[in-house]
Ligand binder design. Structure first.
Ligand code: NDP
Length: 486
């Protein structure tokens, strides 16, 4: 364990924090402390804000083509360091290396490349008004703060910084305290790519440091990925200075499998929707509604495939299920499983797994499936954020749409059917910001991803996100004489 202090990043270099508060950076697969990380103090946050202010002056005045070139170069450097950063991400999160190498770093690089390519195409419009004209300019907001969750740390840092920087903003990013390291590596990548000092900054710490950002009068925008409760607090704090907010929050998404679905595809879809990243994915389709005529065959295949999943040391390339993020989260997931045993029928898994060589102290839970018949059961209605799937049955389309929508959340939804007319009819009625037909949890950077209802506000990815990191200035120009009433 190292007592590492240089986890902050501002003015283009790693910096030591100055508070007296430390938190542990723990490897969830082993339970071992990797680093003791010092939280940012008020003074450190002020330094980061000053750094972001001076970075903004340079960056916002730079030609958009140059901004785009730097973002694309950062994407290339990130790709070239994929395995190294993926390994650090695995140590921090406990997720399988095979996932981190193929998704986490590369999807972050995709965002840098995509928004780097768009930077030079941002433009306003011209309005011909006869004897006058007007035009709009798309301008940056200023200093934006990104506050991340722990499940996809480097991807989240890229998904927030890429559109923010493409629009000419600077950013201060606070990773979740459980996963502090990859954001600092990303900052180094940006500097190597030629990003001016101060444009991307990192502060570390718990909620208190997040609040320093959400309450800071010089910060114009907050983009949070986190729980619904945190989103409400962040929005209330941001309201005091009327900041722009993007909130990417939790979910309990429905996955509907109709009687005509391809059975193997539906089983694969349900597993991707529940067991990827040990189930720690916001958009997971944890309420799996299967048509009653298909349920027995579906469960038979699902159980066999789930029992075959390899749970193990996340660093081994054949591991498919890694460790949960923390001991506290492990307890929470196990509590839900205990609760589930009273509310529904446990059919697979449901146990802590502590017989993995070299990982006996890790926070592993076997992939778990419940067969449930009550939508109001806690395991069916509350976000667990672990490898816990509930399978429910339905008989009518109208009935399943009503039940799917009967939730405060609205992040995502999925439909498996061969009848595309029905697929579009059903997704048209689903109250969810991201819907998949015959697939699940696919999030290419080109398409907007984001919530409805209490799962949050705003989008990430796609062109839509540019609106969230820029503002339109309208300029009216008189060419004739003022038509004065005086
Ligand atoms: P939390 O809400 O606990 O934390 C998210 C971030 O907010 C962390 O950096 C946290 O700091 C910080 N934070 C906590 N309280 C405050 C506050 N009052 N003011 C400012 N910042 C604060 O979420 P988790 O990290 O536990 O992540 C899991 C949640 O994230 C799940 O609900 C999941 O569904 C959601 N999520 C949503 C996604 C989406 O795109 N919609 C994607 C991924 C996850 P710290 O933790 O360091 O104390």
């Amino acid at each position: 364990m190292t007592k590492e202090n240089s986890f902050l990043y501002y003015d283009g270099a790693r910096r030591s924090a100055t508070s007296h508060r430390y938190f542990d950076n723990i490897n969830p697969a082993t339970g071992k402390v990797l680093h003791s990380v010092r939280s940012a103090s008020d003074a450190d946050v002020e330094n980061a804000v000053e750094s972001a202010r001076s970075g903004f002056e340079i960056w916002s005045a730079m030609a958009p083509t140059e901004r785009g070139r730097i973002l694309r170069k950062a994407a290339d450097i990130l790709r070239s360091r994929n395995e190294e950063i993926a390994r650090i991400e695995v140590e921090d999160t406990g997720k399988p290396l095979t996932e981190a190498i193929s998704v986490d770093v590369l999807s972050g690089a995709d965002a840098l490349e995509y928004y780097g390519g768009i930077a030079a195409s941002l433009h306003g419009e011209h309005y011909d008004l006869g004897n006058s004209f007007a035009y709009t300019k798309r301008e940056p907001l200023g200093i934006c703060a990104g506050i991340g969750a722990w499940n996809y740390p480097v991807q989240i840092a890229c998904w927030k910084s890429a559109p923010a920087l493409a629009c000419g903003n600077s950013m201060i990013f606070k990773p979740a305290e459980l996963t502090p390291r990859s954001a600092v590596l990303l900052a180094e990548v940006f500097t190597e790519a030629g990003l001016p000092n101060g444009v991307f900054n990192v502060v570390q710490g718990e909620a208190e440091v997040g609040q320093m950002l959400t309450r800071h009068p010089k910060i114009s925008k907050i983009s949070l990925t986190g729980e619904v409760g945190t989103g409400k607090k962040v929005m209330a704090d941001a309201a005091k200075t009327l900041k722009h907010v993007t909130l990417e929050l939790g979910g309990k998404s429905p996955l509907i499998i109709f009687e005509d679905a391809d059975l193997d595809e539906a089983v694969n879809g349900a597993m991707i929707a529940n067991f990827y990243t040990q189930g720690e994915i916001c958009s997971n389709g944890t309420r799996v509604f299967v048509h009653e005529s298909l349920k027995a065959a579906f469960l038979e295949k699902l159980i066999a495939k789930t029992q075959n999943l390899k749970i193990g040391d996340p660093m081994e390339m054949d591991t498919q299920v890694g460790a949960l993020i923390s001991e506290q989260h492990l307890e929470k997931v196990l509590d839900y499983i205990e609760q589930g045993k009273k509310e529904a029928k446990l059919i697979v898994g449901g146990e802590r797994c502590n017989n993995i060589e070299a990982c006996q102290e890790g926070y592993f839970v076997t992939p778990t499936i419940f067969e449930a018949d009550q939508d109001s059961a806690r395991i069916v209605s509350e976000e667990i954020f672990g490898p816990v799937m509930t399978v429910l049955s339905f008989s009518e389309e109208n009935e399943v749409v009503r039940r799917a929508n009967d939730t405060i959340y609205g992040l995502a939804a999925g439909v498996f059917t061969r009848d595309l007319v029905r697929a579009h009819r059903v997704v048209g009625q689903l109250e969810a910001g991201m819907c998949w037909v015959n697939n699940y949890n696919i999030t290419p950077v080109e398409i907007p991803f984001g919530p409805y209802k209490q799962s949050g506000i705003g989008k990430e990815n796609g062109l839509a996100t540019l609106n969230a990191y820029s503002q339109l200035k309208t300029v009216y120009v008189e060419l004739g004489k003022i038509d004065s009433p005086y």
